[in-house]
Design a protein around this ligand. Structure first.
Ligand code: FAD
Length: 416
């Protein structure tokens, strides 16, 4: 195959790469997307946040998704024993979308790439980036392996690495760093429900909390299938023996709320296991490249922030590249790295405080304060850059403080 020259090479056609490609193409920047798989392909990450709707809308990818009739997600339900805590995205501190979707990502990502192809974006499927060489002037030469095991070079002024768990540039440039989030792993599959409960009980996305570290997700899709999965400490997930199917079947017994609903249903595929899924990097950009989405950072599935960070970072990087090509000043440190790190650090506090149990105390013992609930709800909707929200601005202290007050009140009321 002949070598190719483009302004921007995008590695990976997940939501991060698609949003970046759509923006760049719309603004007259030449783009090539190289994607290792053939779409539709399975990927986990099926519950979205309202914030990502802003991104799809801005780049002209919302209508193709609306046409798919995915299950609407208007909030989320958390269960612990007999206590239920529900969030409704319509009741949140920050202005913005109050709904999103829960969707099988194979269909979701396929819809995005089909629309991009329609818009004229060059996407090469079944082709894999295998090496990258950065030149002194910032241009890069990337070796791509085709479906026929041949190679060709892509010469690009800029690379967006949105390769998800492929983590192409973090691997090639040695940028990996251990995540600050405690190690957890997950096992999951899909089931076809023939007798789904009627109404919202059947369709509400739910997190059944088994103990501080262990929870079970139920994400029903509009096509009648449901995603189910466990998250727990890696040792806990690995303490179940046998095949992945045997392990997931055994774990299901732990969910007293859902066991009856799922106990006799076959998994649609052998359950998949992802161990120690949290990832981080030493830097988010360098001369001639930016890391976006999961290739940069992944915290934890507990608040479904993955796709939203993927689209937020993909869009942000695409905007800065476009500005740079117009010779407008761009400060990648403040406008990209610091901006993204701010959002990650807000969500990071929620993830950490989930696993310390403090956030669970607020959800299950104290979420009846309307103001607090609206402010936390805005965070759970993905609006983590809104400093008018005290639960954003003081994320590192406020969760602990409120949990401590709840503990104190409980102790005092017991003594009275
Ligand atoms: P991806 O969607 O992973 O896309 C990356 C693409 O790059 C892939 O298609 C891949 O084939 C391609 N690629 C890889 N290597 C190469 C290469 N060398 N050359 C070319 N192409 C390449 N997020 C949520 O928002 N909601 C959830 O409910 C949720 N649940 C999760 C549950 C678990 C257990 C885990 C581990 C994660 C979950 N996530 C969730 C996170 C979510 O999976 C990711 O954040 C999201 O998919 C990131 O999107 P992306 O575009 O960065 O990467």
């Amino acid at each position: 195959m002949k070598d190719v020259e483009v302004d921007v090479l995008i590695i990976g056609a997940g939501p991060s790469g698609c949003v970046a490609a759509a923006y760049l193409h719309k603004h007259g920047v030449s783009v090539k997307v190289v994607e290792k798989s053939v779409f539709p392909r399975f990927v986990i990450g099926e519950s979205l946040l309202p914030r990502c709707m802003d991104h799809f809308e801005e780049v002209g990818l919302l209508d193709c998704l609306i046409a798919e009739n995915f299950e609407i997600k208007s909030g989320a339900r958390f269960i612990k024993g007999d206590t239920i805590c529900e969030f409704d995205f319509a009741e949140k501190h920050t202005e913005g979308y109050d709904w999103t979707w829960q969707a099988p990502r194979a269909d979701f990502d396929y819809a995005l790439t089909e629309e991009l192809k329609k818009q004229g974006v060059d996407i090469a499927f079944d082709q894999e980036v295998i090496s990258v060489d950065f030149k002194e002037d910032g241009w890069s030469q990337t070796v791509v392996k085709t479906e026929h095991d041949q190679t060709y070079n892509v010469h690009a002024k800029f690379i967006i690495d949105s390769s998800g768990y492929g983590r192409v540039l973090p691997r090639l440039l040695n940028l990996e760093k251990p995540s600050e989030i405690p190690e957890h792993s997950s096992i999951f599959s899909h089931v076809k429900e023939i007798d789904r409960p009627k109404g919202t009980e059947g369709t509400f996305i739910t997190f059944d909390v088994l103990d501080t570290d262990t929870w079970f997700w139920v994400i029903p899709f509009s096509n009648g299938t449901t995603s189910i999965g466990f998250v727990g400490k890696t040792d806990f997930i690995n303490s179940f023996k046998g095949t992945p199917k045997e392990r997931l079947s055994e774990m299901l017994k732990k969910s007293s709320y859902y066991y009856e609903r799922f106990k006799d249903i076959d998994f649609l595929f052998e359950p998949k296991i992802i161990e120690n899924y949290s990832k981080s990097v030493t830097q988010l950009y360098g001369k001639g490249y930016a890391l976006t989405g999961n290739s940069a950072e992944f915290l934890d599935p507990v608040f479904s922030s993955g796709v939203t960070f993927a689209t937020e970072s993909g869009l942000k990087a695409a905007k800065l590249i476009t500005k740079g090509f117009k010779n407008e000043p761009v400060n990648w440190e403040t406008d990209y790295a610091e901006y993204m790190k701010k959002g990650v650090s807000v969500f990071g506090s929620y993830v950490k405080e989930w696993y310390t149990g403090n956030l669970q105390t607020i959800f299950f013992d104290g979420a009846n304060n309307d103001d607090i609930k609206r402010q936390i709800c805005a965070v759970l909707a993905g609006y983590v850059w809104d400093d008018t929200n005290p639960f954003v601005k003081n994320h590192d202290r406020l969760i602990k403080t409120v949990a401590n007050i709840i503990h104190l009140e409980k102790r005092t009321s017991k003594q009275i």
